[in-house]
Write a protein that binds this ligand. Structure first.
Ligand SMILES: [Zn+2]
Length: 309
């Protein structure tokens, strides 16, 4: 028997009588499938609501569905040619696009050309946006949006709904779509909505989210040492437990080194820290909860879940 036919599947049952060979199975790793999916989103024409050429461009662009991550660029910034240096080679119909953005567009163009110019104007606005959000005014505007949670919350459970910041993985357009950065776990995530997932990452750039925390250091969240520990019926899974022990030891080493240099390591100190080396099996509910309210309940619940009761 053909080993490829061994597993029973609907495909095989239907074709059993024919001599048709089933197509070879290609094993594509999941991360490749996901990359292709996001790449296809990036180049899929978005159904953008039409821009009314008689009304100001910026407010229409900002209020369009899917453009919630953008802040409005000041008129003075847009009209200062110095800020747009080099973008004329990046955008088709540059001058018309700029006229449209700065609300001085006055051309009797047909629908096709208007559509092209509108598309260019959106692209130009995005590229200027990446430059604008690292200025003092732009940072302040994005900070407001960050505080309101306009960019979403971290999906990691232990980050406790920490707000995210949009970021690019490349400063060049048409490379990567926008991602979201969580300052608490220092990791990046894909946006939930496909409208957001198709935005070009270059409209935010690779540096904005880091500059924001340089300019507003008080906003850097305290690093949490809380992490998920895989357990089977209450017992730590061996490989991850070994990794956790190694990481704990490295952290202690680093804290000692920083202490010798008189620097604050920035970790939330847990009351059980002194016992860490002697007691590797510290339970979740012994470590200090980040938020006083509701945390003990959640910890007890997770302990119950872990033991499988
Ligand atoms: Zn996070």
């Amino acid at each position: 028997m053909d080993p490829r036919r061994a597993p029973v599947s609907i495909f095989n049952m239907v074709n059993d009588d024919d001599d048709v060979e089933p197509p070879p199975r290609i094993n594509v790793p999941p991360h490749v499938v996901q990359s292709l999916h996001y790449l296809s989103l990036a180049f899929r024409p978005r159904e953008e609501p039409k821009i009314n050429f008689r009304r100001p461009f910026s407010p229409q662009f900002i209020s369009s569905r899917g453009n919630e991550y953008f802040c409005e660029i000041d008129e003075e910034y847009l009209t200062d040619r110095f800020n747009l240096t080099g973008l004329n080679t990046e955008v088709q119909y540059y001058q018309y696009a700029l006229d449209l953005i700065t609300d001085v567009f006055d051309l009797d163009a047909d629908d096709d050309l208007r559509e092209q110019i509108e598309k260019s104007a959106r692209h130009l606005y995005g590229l200027v946006h990446a430059r604008y959000i690292v200025t003092t005014r732009g940072l302040a505007k994005m900070l407001d949006k960050y505080k309101k949670g306009d960019f979403g919350k971290c999906p990691r459970v232990l980050c406790d709904q920490h707000p995210l910041l949009p970021m690019g993985q490349s400063d060049l357009p048409n490379q990567k779509t926008v991602k979201l950065y969580c300052a608490k776990c220092e990791d990046i995530y894909n946006p939930k909505s496909s409208r957001h997932a198709s935005i070009d990452g270059a409209y935010f750039g690779t540096s904005f989210h880091n500059i924001l925390f340089q300019v507003y250091p008080a906003l850097v969240p305290e690093k949490s040492i809380q992490r998920y520990e895989p357990r089977i019926y209450g017992f730590k899974v061996h490989a991850t437990a070994a990794l956790a022990r190694w990481q704990d030891a490295r952290r202690e080493e680093m804290k000692d080194r920083l202490a010798k240099l008189g620097m604050d390591p920035g970790f939330i100190e847990s009351s059980e820290d002194e016992n860490d080396e002697s007691d590797d099996e510290v339970d979740d509910d012994k470590s200090e909860p980040l938020e006083e309210e509701a945390a003990p309940v959640a910890d007890n619940a997770s302990a119950r879940m872990d033991t499988g009761i």
